[in-house]
Design a binder for this molecule. Structure first.
Ligand SMILES: O=C(O)CCC(=O)C(=O)O
Ligand SMILES: [Fe+2]
Length: 233
């Protein structure tokens, strides 16, 4: 794997897609672990205000934080570590591993940035992997705006509208998507029985651990730790 080339591509576009990064066997196994954890009809965890206003319907789970060992193999993957190091430099750190589950017929996730972009040095790195195919049938495709990690604040506007030059990703089982937290991104509505993604987030050295506490949406900034809208847009 040419880590330097991948890092260059990442810094140019704000994202990177590598198919077949993880094996089908590992992904099938983790998908089972995930479905076992959630069941098919899990309760929402976010406040109703957030779900309505953010137009984001996803239920997070932090398995490693809860002592579940099944996902350690992702954090310990040497290729993923090397790739992360070539992007973030030495002394990068793992932030947390978050699984996201969305039910059939839900909205996906509106356009957002995972953290405010005012300080370009302070950001999280999403290391997303997919335990099942995301396609026309399942819905839930991930949309990214190339180069937007360098464009500052996501413009205010309609939470889910198509934007010119957006790129639609259909990650397959085992695909790794590396995505800058300041890049503008969203997830389309879910058509299949469920949609699952997982994200082993990392940070460059010197980044505050609560970097992802405030997210930027087109209609607000939202603080997760206190469940409050801190700015209307
Ligand atoms: O599930 C995805 O494809 C993207 C999720 C996302 O927005 C994130 O992990 O920051
Ligand atoms: Fe995100």
């Amino acid at each position: 794997m040419n880590y330097q080339k991948y890092a260059q591509e990442f810094w140019e576009n704000g994202y990177l897609v590598i198919e077949n990064f993880f094996s089908d066997e590992l992904m099938d196994h983790l998908n089972q672990v995930i479905l076992h954890h959630y069941g098919m009809n899990p309760d929402w965890e976010h406040s109703n205000e957030f779900i309505e206003k953010a137009a984001t319907e996803v239920i997070p789970w932090f398995p490693i934080r809860e002592g579940d060992q099944h996902f350690n193999v992702i954090e310990e993957d040497e290729r993923l570590k090397q790739l992360t190091k070539s992007i973030l430099g030495d002394h990068w750190e793992s932030l947390y591993l978050m699984v996201m589950f969305s039910k059939m017929g839900t909205k996906g996730q509106a356009w957002h940035q995972d953290s405010p972009p005012e300080d370009s040095e302070k950001f999280n790195l999403n290391r997303l992997f997919y335990t099942h195919d995301i396609n026309e049938k399942t819905g839930g495709k991930t949309i990214v705006m190339p180069g937007s990690h360098k464009k500052g604040e996501l413009p205010a506007g309609n939470p889910h509208e198509d934007l010119e030059n957006q790129v639609v990703l259909s990650p397959k089982k085992g695909t790794l998507v590396i995505l800058h937290g300041h890049a503008w991104h969203r997830v389309l509505p879910i058509n299949g029985e469920y949609r699952v993604s997982a994200n082993a987030r990392a940070i460059p050295s010197g980044t505050p651990e609560d970097i992802t506490d405030v997210a930027v949406y087109r209609n607000m900034r939202y603080r997760f730790s206190t469940s409050e809208v801190i700015e209307e847009r």
